[in-house]
Write a protein that binds this ligand. Structure first.
Ligand code: ARG
Length: 456
């Protein structure tokens, strides 16, 4: 098979060398975008009088045919033709003859590949934004069912203060909202057309870059042809936004894994998102949560990989840049899959309210209530803290909790303690009273949920 750039060559590479240099094994994912870009380019070439209308029509008809064949998986791709761009051009020429060779007038694979990836990420990021919204909806739905479900809130993974389970779930809603804003903002930079930058320097042909940009639905064009073909910031940004999103998902995975353990038993995942063990019949493993936690590592890997690929590259295009694709495709697949799994997992999980609430009643996470109690009666908070610390110690020695101590024991420590300390110690009250803005108090959680719903 003759190389499309074969003119100045007399020798040829061995097959395994071609294989090593080829990207067709993975960039065939860009067939649709490559054709879309070519259709816009051919249309513009004709409008600007660079090729005839008849030639453009012939090219566009041919491209449409190839699009159908690509969709049906009927196109043969060859590593000899390196990448999706040369493979499609080859098929076009086979199909319509020498006119196919006119398509590449005033274009280079350098602006072509950049255009393809802009088109690809634009579509994928928009879909990822929708998937985030769906996952957020699942979180809000679960939160609404659990406003008055009490659970221990933790710091250092030690019981800290009782909270509403809805409050805990909503914390993830807001993380995801920031993730979504980051993806939305990135669209500004993805939504630019590099097409018409040529190999690096622009072209002598009277092209119209704004026309192709408009035909492809881009909001504008790169102002500098060198930058247009060298820029991979938009992919780095995607990988970076994805890394932060995956880090959030991974933290929730970790919690889900803890909550489903025998030690916690706060939730039960649906059978659809768990697996059994081939040897231990009792097992129900949170595989999906573990996998998403694990896959976070490969997304970070793709980000570090591309940052490293780019750091020493002189302008403009270098073949190193072909390494930008596999990590991007893999990340798209990972992020989409993880978000879909998560939405399902959260929607179908069973919250074991009694166990959660039971656990928070049998601990010292209401100790702050007592310290606040004294502080609100004028005792300096530090002193109140010390007194309650001693009371906790007394309980530990006696093997009981704060609510089990008789009023005498409290009065012995400070005469300001009255019968109403038992109300203050009640876990439900402890949560209910945290009405400061953004706090876990039920009324505040309700406010938060209403606000969240306006963002869906
Ligand atoms: N397959 C190449 C890539 O993905 C396309 C651009 C090739 N350009 C070139 N000058 N060899 O980067």
């Amino acid at each position: 098979m003759k190389k499309l750039w074969g003119g100045r060559f007399t020798g040829s590479a061995e097959e395994w060398v071609d294989e090593f240099g080829a990207s067709i094994g993975f960039d065939q994912e860009l067939a649709k975008q490559d054709i879309e870009g070519s259709v816009a380019h051919a249309t513009m070439l004709a409008t600007c009088g660079i090729i005839t209308e008849a030639e453009a029509n012939e090219i566009i008809q041919g491209l449409k045919k190839l699009e159908q064949q690509a969709e049906q998986g009927e196109l043969d791709y060859s590593a000899k033709l390196e990448d999706i761009h040369l493979n499609l051009e080859h098929h076009l020429t086979e199909l319509i003859g020498p006119t196919g060779g006119k398509l590449h007038t005033a274009r280079s694979r350098n602006d072509q590949v950049a255009t393809d990836m802009h088109l690809y990420l634009k579509e994928q990021v928009s879909e990822i934004i929708e998937l985030i919204t769906d996952f957020q909806t699942a979180l809000v739905d679960q939160a609404e069912q659990n406003i008055e479900t009490l659970m221990p809130g933790y710091t250092h993974l030690q019981r800290a203060q009782p909270i509403s389970f809805a409050h805990h779930l909503m914390a993830y809603f807001w993380m995801l909202d920031r993730d979504k804003q980051r993806f939305i903002d990135s669209l500004k930079r993805i939504n630019l057309s590099p097409l018409g930058a040529g190999a690096l320097a622009g072209t002598t042909f009277p092209i119209d870059r704004h026309m192709t940009a408009e035909l492809l639905g881009f909001a504008g064009i790169y102002e500098n042809s060198l930058d247009a073909v060298s820029d991979r910031d938009f992919i780095l940004e995607f990988l970076s936004d994805s890394s932060i999103l995956m880090m959030h998902l991974s933290r929730l995975c970790e919690e889900i894994i803890l909550w489903t353990s025998q030690e916690f038993q706060f939730i039960e995942l649906s059978d659809a998102f768990t697996t059994g063990s081939s040897i231990m019949p009792q097992k129900k493993n949170p595989d999906m949560a573990e996998l998403i936690r694990g896959k976070t590592g490969r997304v970070y890997g793709s980000l570090m990989g591309l940052l490293t690929v780019l750091k020493g590259l002189p302008l403009a295009y270098n073949k190193d840049m072909q390494e930008d694709k596999e990590g991007m495709f893999d990340t798209v697949k990972t992020v989409r899959g993880s978000l879909k799994i998560f939405a399902g997992m959260i929607r179908t999980m069973k919250v074991k309210k009694e166990i959660m609430e039971g656990s928070v009643k049998n601990d010292f996470s209401n100790a702050t209530e007592l310290a606040d109690y004294l502080a609100s009666k004028g005792v300096p908070f530090r002193e109140a803290h010390e007194i309650v610390g001693k009371l906790v110690l007394t309980c530990i020695e006696k093997g009981c909790y704060l609510a089990d101590l008789p009023l005498d024991a409290y009065k012995g420590m400070n005469m300001l303690f009255e019968e109403d300390i038992y109300d203050a110690l009640n876990t439900y009250n402890a949560v209910e009273r945290r009405k400061s803005a953004g706090g876990t108090g039920f009324s505040q959680v309700q406010v938060q949920i209403e606000k969240a719903k306006t963002l869906l």
